[in-house]
Design a protein around this ligand. Structure first.
Ligand code: PDD
Length: 288
């Protein structure tokens, strides 16, 4: 099966896709990225992902060498070349390569754009794939988590610790409160009330979270936007996390403490179902 990547103006075989060892993404983690889901060959909620990319780029004072509709055309071409039906779409923009390893921005910036796709089943998952275990771990990241930075070492280490403990995701915490998942946003449900931390610089504004909040509103569910403690999470009746690559993922245990009855919660599954329908709506839109 074709495995093509896009690197700075060219579609190339993945094995031939290279960037300079002087790329500031490699040297400094100086870049930002996006991950969007793909279903039936269509990007899910891509406009929102590109809007967030635009903001991340602005925050790090970097300009994409093309406009966003041109970028979307390249994205669709890559999906077509790789025949991706279901999976994820990754892209990043770094500040490119410069002559010397100076921390300051190079005088002439030549941003580097890299994109690739991955096959992954994300829709209609079997029940046993909807039982995530979570480990909590201190949030060791910098203070601008609203920027989708490619510098992910704190999450890499935290997620590896969770993985070693047999867990699927880590929930990071700071001052006793859960901030977010290693690569997702965290929710708990108590007395039929959904609780999730407010967006600010302490977390990434998840695109899936935004869509789920709209669904919560549409369904007239009660939502409280506030931080919650780890202890509150242990006692929640349901818990879940959201991201472009897992949608709405039910949590059945946190630090080995069983959540609810140890099965995906009813309200969580309802939201997952609604989100899957939302994801399908992009196929219909593209056929119009
Ligand atoms: N991560 N918080 C963090 C720290 C994340 O890395 C992500 C996504 C999210 C959820 O955002 P969204 O709903 O827009 O995917 C929240 C992606 C999936 C990743 O790094 O692979």
């Amino acid at each position: 099966m074709a495995d093509i990547a896009y690197v700075n103006g060219s579609f190339v075989e993945m094995n031939d896709a290279t960037v300079s060892i002087k790329d500031r993404g490699l040297l400094f983690g100086d870049g930002v990225y996006e991950v969007a889901g793909v279903f039936e060959g269509i990007l899910i909620d891509n406009d929102a992902h590109l809007e967030r990319l635009k903001r991340s780029l602005q925050e790090i004072k970097l300009e994409l060498p093309m406009n966003f509709s041109e970028l979307a055309v390249l994205q669709r071409k890559l999906i077509h070349l790789n025949k991706i039906k279901e999976g994820t779409f990754y892209l990043h923009v770094t500040r490119g390569a410069s002559e010397s390893r100076d921390f300051e921005f190079p005088k002439e910036q030549q941003p580097s754009l890299v994109m690739f796709t991955q096959h992954k089943k994300i829709m209609n998952l079997a029940t046993d794939k909807l039982k995530a275990k979570v480990l909590t771990y201190p949030d060791l990241r910098w203070k601008r988590r609203d920027i989708k930075s490619i510098a992910l070492l704190a999450q890499v280490l935290a997620k590896e610790i969770a993985h070693q403990a047999g867990c699927n995701e880590v929930w990071m915490h700071e001052d006793g409160f859960v901030t977010e998942g290693g690569s997702s946003n965290a929710f708990i449900i108590k007395d039929d009330k959904l609780i999730s931390r407010k967006n600010n610089e302490t977390i990434l504004s998840g695109i899936t979270r935004q869509a789920v909040l709209k669904l919560i509103q549409q369904e007239d569910l009660v939502f409280e936007e506030r931080p919650f403690t780890i202890e509150e999470a242990y006692e929640a009746s349901e818990a879940f996390y959201t991201s472009a690559s897992v949608f709405v993922m039910p949590v059945i245990s946190i630090d080995k403490k069983i959540i609810g009855n140890g099965e995906p919660g009813a309200l969580t599954l309802k939201l997952r179902n609604l989100y899957e329908n939302f994801a399908r709506s992009f196929i219909n839109q593209s056929q119009r």
